[in-house]
Design a protein around this ligand. Structure first.
Ligand SMILES: Cc1ncc(COP(=O)(O)O)c(C=O)c1O
Length: 491
């Protein structure tokens, strides 16, 4: 890296400009940027005379035009002024002294401060480090996505004679996608809905956020499962709700154990496949949950995040299909079955909530992107989705079998977990003596990233547990990852 020091003689000070020819910034931008900083910091005082462009260029060993371009840009922005025949001066109308002494940090609202606290507590969602084997949860297996089909479908809507992209779309979503989803959800998930009740969102997370804003006052109670979906916990807390955590058993939420004095406005549940522990809620407790919601005037959010990815028996019909009174909001996402970066999810809303939700969505972001919605609609209606799902079930089903046999072989009785009947992860429970944080660190030292289960539990101390996502790894990596994890796992 070559660095040239240039001295600019101001009326008060000497300023050094560093020019780095390896920098991605062109040289004239570097001169411009540093002169600008020198003026703002007061190192070059107002009305002081700069050396001529010729002498600066000579000092720097750069072409004169490079310095001239920098000075021209500074003149356009009002930092310097050229006086005919007399050279270039720092603008005389600028205040003397430091104009930018520190980075301004606007005061955050309570809400903004809660975002920071909750975010830090949860840890970053996106981690840039690259361990050898990462059991990250929620990845799709990119190698198997039908990119050719996807490209073709997107391409259809990228022609100049298609007026669709030159207009705002409906805030409720692209109608053909809503219609395709209504049909799919009715047939495959036992949901009862019309296309008008389906609303497209930018991922399930946005749906939870808007529902919380519409339904929760500060200090309202929200009934949640523990372990449960920590990103939903965080959003409810952001909206100042109080979480009432109910420890789940192997069949999901034990409705009989809901505290008699709890008065939740909202219940957030994963009846098809309890997240993250596993287990499916049978019919009787589902009916009991609906009866409970009726008695308590509560709304139920049914998060069906991976109901399409069931391996052994066919998927269980959604709780929403049993609801006669419009108490259940059904929530689905394309993050698992297509890919998470798509940022598309959907809701089936009870009639009474559809208009307020869509109005809120319109104010918040005007609606999900039409282009990707249109491609997904065609993906569904032309049969690619069903085919892709069959493919994924086979692919992930094989990975799951590999994972389970590796766990049996290498960890055996040291761990407990529910049958992996669906989804892309398994939650492993250790004996109470195991130090979860140490286990995560010891696995990391062996090149394997695993995720501690504590943030998914509301009980304190949380039972030591590890969340393993298997969808982003191939079968060899799964076996090797479990083998190394077992080395780190105390007996
Ligand atoms: C329980 C649960 N619900 C919903 C989602 C989907 O969230 P989104 O659609 O915002 O990607 C996930 C993703 O990880 C999840 O684990």
């Amino acid at each position: 890296m070559e660095t040239i020091l240039v001295q600019v003689q101001g009326s008060r000070n000497v300023v050094e400009l560093e020019i780095n020819r390896d920098d991605v910034d062109p040289v004239y931008r570097q001169v411009y940027r540093q002169l600008r900083e020198a003026i703002l910091s007061g190192a070059l005082s107002p009305a002081s005379r700069l050396p001529s462009s010729r002498s600066m260029a000579r000092d720097a060993g750069v072409a004169r035009i490079t310095v001239v371009r920098a000075l021209e840009q500074l003149a356009v922005e009002g930092f310097v002024e050229s006086r005919v025949g007399a050279g270039t001066y720092v603008a005389s109308n600028l205040p003397a002294g430091e104009m930018q002494s520190h980075i301004f940090r606007p005061a955050l609202t309570d809400w903004g401060r809660r975002v920071r606290t909750l975010h830090h507590a949860n840890g970053p969602l996106v981690d840039s480090s690259r361990p050898e084997i990462d059991f990250g949860f929620g990845r799709s297996f990119a190698e198997r996505f039908p990119y050719d089909i996807w490209r073709r479908l997107l391409g259809r809507y990228l022609s100049t004679d298609d007026a669709m992209l030159s207009r705002y779309g409906s805030a409720a979503g692209f109608y053909p996608l809503r219609r395709a989803l209504a049909e799919y959800l009715t047939q495959s998930r036992g949901v009862r809905c019309t296309p008008e009740e389906v609303v497209i969102v930018s991922g399930a997370q946005q749906a939870i956020d808007i529902l919380a804003r519409l339904l929760l006052e500060p200090n309202d109670e929200v009934l949640v499962e523990t372990p449960g979906y920590r990103d939903a916990y965080a959003l409810f807390q952001l909206h100042q709700a109080r979480l009432v955590g109910l420890p789940v058993d192997n069949e999901g939420l034990p409705v009989d154990h809901i505290p008699a004095d709890a008065r939740p406005r909202l219940a957030f549940v994963t009846p098809s496949h309890q997240f993250p522990k596993g287990g499916t809620m049978p019919l009787a407790p589902r009916l009991a949950l609906l009866a409970w919601a009726r008695e308590r005037e509560a709304v139920i959010i049914e998060d069906d995040y991976d109901g399409d990815l069931r391996y052994e028996s066919s998927s269980l019909a959604a709780l929403q299909g049993l609801d006669e009174e419009g108490r259940v909001v059904y929530l689905g996402t394309f993050s698992k079955v297509l890919f998470p970066a798509l940022r598309l999810g959907y809701l089936v809303l009870p009639r009474a909530l559809t208009a307020p939700f869509v109005q809120a969505k319109e104010l918040v972001d005007r609606g999900a992107p039409t282009l990707t919605q249109a491609a997904v609609a065609d993906f569904l209606t032309e049969g690619h989705f069903e085919r892709h799902l069959r493919h994924l079930r086979r692919l992930y089903g094989d990975k799951r079998t590999t994972l389970v046999s590796a766990l049996d072989e290498h960890l055996g009785r040291r761990v407990r977990y529910s049958p992996v009947a669906a989804g892309l992860h398994v939650m492993l429970y250790a004996t109470d003596a195991v130090d979860e944080g140490q286990l995560v660190r010891d696995a990391a030292a062996r090149g394997v990233r695993v995720y501690g289960g504590a943030p998914y539990h509301l009980e304190r101390p949380a039972p030591p547990s590890i969340l393993l996502g298997f969808s982003g790894l191939d079968e060899d990596e799964i076996v090797e990852g479990v083998r190394r994890l077992a080395e780190a796992w105390p007996d």
